[in-house]
Design a protein around this ligand. Structure first.
Ligand code: ACO
Length: 330
């Protein structure tokens, strides 16, 4: 990875701000999730999933030292594209005024960035592409239930975007060492947004005219998600270590998907990692799904917490369920 960038909307929404809309409190949210505030797009701004992606990408391209025309391919992970179709990749290609390179959309929710990195790595290792723009971006605030009915989900999620330029690395022992991807679709309905979809289309929702219909807002079985997340995070980090014949003590920095501070702390305790070896920023941004890992990695890189030769692990878990890890020697 030769350049990273991130962008979050200016509009800060604190827990106290939320408690004016919803029956909740700063202490409930902080105690359960570690979140103090998040960024939500100001509807009057030009921020969308794609425009935030473009802002983050411009920073990543600049920091990489490449010319934008050196980019061979775009991979865009999001669960909240601007449009039902086409996906965000082509919007970025257009807005960055790139030549007619390929643009792939990844639909793996909180694991989206990890899946996207793995795809980029395979294209690079086969020699097909040299420089790939990998993006995670989300506009959650546009689709959350901002009434008390939605409080179990709404307080957790924030908006933002991150981007990385993944490039071919001539030194074999550097770059992405391995990636490990998993899914378990039998739990798809434990964390989902049901409609509108082809299984539950707009006319059906309108015809039902049910004021209690919550199907077009995200649903999450929080405790079930929590239990599965901690188990799978630990498994997939161990899988990455074993595949590379490494020990937990070899890790310089773990960047877990910022799902919930309690999940990150559980994983940290399990592996007996010191605070400086786990990067968290959920306090400031909430859970930004496919954007969370790349925003965190970009911030850590900016702060000098990612150094040459460091062993970095990215790990994710989310809707699907899907989970994964990426092992990187920087
Ligand atoms: N404010 C105040 N009260 C609330 C709120 C809120 N925002 N949300 C729920 N409550 C209430 C509930 O209504 C319930 O009230 P009741 O006892 O009167 O029925 C009570 O708090 C307890 O609700 P639970 O859902 O049991 O609360 P829990 O302790 O499980 O915490 C939470 C909920 C924070 C969502 C927790 O389950 C969790 O962290 N789960 C993991 C979810 C997660 O991290 N998801 C993201 C990962 S996946 C991804 O990134 C897509």
């Amino acid at each position: 990875m030769i350049g990273l960038g991130h962008y979050v909307p200016e509009n800060v929404v604190t827990n106290d701000d939320l408690s004016k809309l919803i029956d909740t409190s700063d202490s409930w949210i902080q105690e359960r999730t570690g979140i103090k505030e998040r960024r939500w797009i100001d509807p009057k701004s030009d921020d969308t999933t794609s425009t935030m992606a473009v802002k983050a990408s411009k920073i990543a391209i600049k920091k990489s030292g490449l010319n934008k025309n050196d980019i061979d391919f775009i991979i865009f992970a999001t669960l909240s594209p601007d449009m039902y179709f086409p996906g965000g990749g082509v919007r970025v290609q257009d807005m960055l005024d790139l030549p007619t390179i390929g643009a792939l959309d990844v639909r793996n929710q909180c694991s989206g960035f990890v899946y996207a990195m793995s795809v980029a790595d395979q294209f690079i290792k086969t020699g097909m592409y040299k420089n790939i723009l990998v993006i995670g971006s989300e506009n959650h605030s546009g689709g959350l239930d901002k009434s008390t009915k939605g409080r179990g989900v709404t307080v957790i999620f924030g908006d933002g975007a991150g981007a990385a330029i993944v490039s071919r690395c001539e030194q074999k022992e550097k770059g992405i060492l391995s990636s490990h991807l998993h899914s378990e679709g039998k739990h798809a309905r434990e964390l989902m947004l049901d409609g509108p979809s082809t299984g539950r289309w707009v006319p059906e929702i309108i015809a039902n005219n049910d004021p209690n219909d919550q199907s077009y807002y995200p649903y999450m079985n929080g405790q079930f998600v929590f239990k599965n997340a901690v188990k799978r995070f630990i498994e997939v980090i161990n899988e990455g270590l074993e595949a590379n014949n490494l020990q937990i003590s070899d890790i310089d920095l773990l960047i877990p998907h910022q799902a919930n501070m309690r999940i990150s702390q559980f994983v940290q305790r399990k592996f007996k990692l010191s605070d400086d070896k786990v990067y968290n920023n959920i306090m400031s941004y909430g859970n930004t799904t496919a954007a969370s890992i790349i925003i965190a990695l970009s911030e850590a890189w900016e702060q000098g917490k990612v150094k040459e030769d460091d062993l970095i692990i990215l790990a994710s878990f989310g809707a699907g369920f899907t989970w994964g890890s990426v092992m990187i020697r920087w």
